[in-house]
Design a protein around this ligand. Structure first.
Ligand code: HEC
Length: 168
């Protein structure tokens, strides 16, 4: 009996990917869940912000990747697409100082495509989690207003700034 109660959770934790177990502890932001397995999503693009010394990767779930690898991404992101962005402070590589590499993790943020649910914010649900321990930034939909208002600058491209990086 006792061995079972120890062995069963252990067996489950061994077959469950770490990302899932870790994400269990992440609280939703703006009523949006932190996507399971986000750390394993594929790359759509990268960016560097010279004004605040950070670098970013833009990732997508399967639906977003399919769109990004075709022409769909140019005008119309499909329902269910999720775009994500990881941000790090820039750091110099100790072994090669001319190389700038990701240092301290700043935040993760996502845009979830659902034109009905998020009609008020351009058909995108916006959510952000701060720091390596992914603390939700804002707990209600008002937090998304600031995101949406800045993303107005990308109105012509469905409020998405990122153009998928060219791939060979
Ligand atoms: C002050 C302006 C500004 C605000 C506020 C802002 N963003 Fe952005 N966002 C940008 C810019 C510029 C980019 C593209 C460059 C980059 O990668 O940083 C971007 C990129 C993104 C991307 C990658 C997809 C895309 O549009 O290129 C996501 C996801 C994202 N933002 C989510 C959010 C969320 C969630 C919030 C609010 C919590 C937010 N943003 C607030 C300016 C902003």
């Amino acid at each position: 009996m006792k061995i079972k109660t120890i062995l069963l959770p252990l067996a489950i934790s061994l077959i469950t990917p770490c990302t899932y177990a870790k994400n269990k502890a992440v609280q939703p932001a703006n009523n949006i869940e932190y996507p399971i397995g986000l750390s394993n999503w594929r790359v759509i693009g990268t960016s560097i912000r010279n004004d605040n010394n950070t670098q970013r990767v833009i990732l997508g779930n399967t639906i977003a990747i399919r769109a990004a690898r075709s022409n769909m991404a140019k005008t119309n992101w499909p329902q269910g697409a999720i775009l994500a962005k990881f941000v790090w402070k820039n750091e110099s590589l100790a072994t090669w100082p001319a190389a700038t590499v990701p240092g301290k993790f700043v935040h993760a943020e996502i845009m979830v495509r659902d034109t009905k649910k998020y009609a008020a914010t351009g058909g995108w649900g916006f959510a952000r989690w701060k720091g390596e321990d992914l603390q939700p930034h804002g707990t209600d939909s008002r937090a998304a207003d600031a995101c949406f208002s800045c993303h107005q600058a990308a109105k012509e491209t469905d409020f998405v700034f990122t153009r998928p990086a060219k791939l060979p």
